[in-house]
Ligand binder design. Structure first.
Ligand SMILES: Cc1cc2nc3c(=O)[nH]c(=O)nc-3n(C[C@H](O)[C@H](O)[C@H](O)COP(=O)(O)OP(=O)(O)OC[C@H]3O[C@@H](n4cnc5c(N)ncnc54)[C@H](O)[C@@H]3O)c2cc1C
Length: 272
């Protein structure tokens, strides 16, 4: 594997946690392969999670009605974003692969990581109306979620009490990562490390270490290409695309499911 730059955006409070072990494994294994690995340790950085006017250096354009997206887009263009955002954008711009390492909180990422997403993926820098999804600004980069859960796998199945993990992952993987253009690698899910035996935790970490060795060569998850949607028709699936998939058992994706059954494991495994 050619030397690449990797950014690990990491959110756990404790160096003794399973998440810390997963992060350390990524740094070590990818480093051994000649990758340069940067870690943004969000709690250690005391990363600001709130999107506010303080993210702009100097005067904002409209103090009476502050609009975060417009103001930060302008500040990005004029080089007036706060130092912590600029630093994260610098690391992200250089990265070929971004790994988000976190414990699942409320079916999503911890607040501090959501703050990184809200503040670092600035309009203009990370996406525009024209450059999003498969035409997205980061289409030459890869990104993935690597996370732990408290629940076990069966609870996050199609018949499980939490519902299908594919549905849980759709907003994060499609609405954030793919929206910005990233090729999204299959998530690394460490099921309930607090509730399994030490041996099983060792096996999970071993599996991650093995996967890390070929990670950058993996095929990404599939999403519907942007040109399948008609901008003049409210970004609906084009009739010819709908027609082509009419006889199919499953919908195109978890989100654009066309009223059909969800394609199984499409947010969990590549090539399905
Ligand atoms: C606010 C909040 C919301 C939550 N929402 C959800 C939710 O929506 N869905 C859900 O499923 N869960 C949820 N949880 C639970 C949470 O996701 C889990 O507690 C978390 O993922 C466990 O990961 P951890 O790294 O904190 O585990 P830890 O408790 O740090 O680690 C688990 C075990 O691994 C051991 N360990 C550490 N390092 C190693 C190593 N190198 N080798 C082997 N073992 C090691 C630790 O000693 C420990 O015994 C929530 C928790 C909170 C606080």
């Amino acid at each position: 594997m050619a030397a690449k730059k990797v950014l690990v955006v990491y959110a756990h409070q404790s160096a003794g946690s399973f998440n810390a072990a997963a992060k350390d494994a990524a740094v070590e294994v990818l480093g051994t392969q000649g990758c340069t690995v940067d870690v943004s340790d969000l709690y250690a950085l005391k990363f600001k999670a709130t999107a506010t006017a303080e993210d702009i250096v100097g005067e904002v354009k409209n103090q009476d009605h502050f609009r975060y997206a417009e103001e930060t887009k302008l500040a990005w263009k004029e080089g007036k974003l706060s130092e912590d955002i600029v630093e994260e954008q610098r690391k992200l711009t250089q990265a070929d692969l971004v790994i988000f390492q976190f414990p699942m909180y409320w079916f999503s990422v911890p607040g501090i990581m959501k703050g990184w997403i809200d503040r670092v993926l600035t309009s203009g820098y990370a996406f525009t109306q024209e450059k999003r999804y498969s035409q997205g600004i980061f289409k030459d980069k890869k990104a993935m979620l690597s996370f732990t859960t408290g629940s076990n796998e069966s609870m996050f199945s199609a018949n499980g009490i939490n519902g299908d993990m594919n549905v849980t992952l759709w907003p994060l993987q499609n609405g954030i990562l793919h929206y910005c253009g990233f090729q999204v690698l299959a998530p690394q899910i460490f099921w309930a490390p607090s509730h399994v035996k030490a041996e099983a935790r060792g096996t999970m970490l071993g599996g991650w270490r093995t996967r890390l060795q070929g990670l950058l060569l993996e095929a990404p998850l599939s999403f519907t290409p942007s040109d399948s949607f008609d901008g003049a028709e409210g970004f609906q699936l084009k009739p010819e695309v709908q027609e082509k998939h009419e006889g199919q058992e499953f919908g195109l994706t978890v989100g654009t499911h066309q009223g059909k059954r969800l394609p199984p494991n499409s947010q969990i495994r590549a090539g399905v």
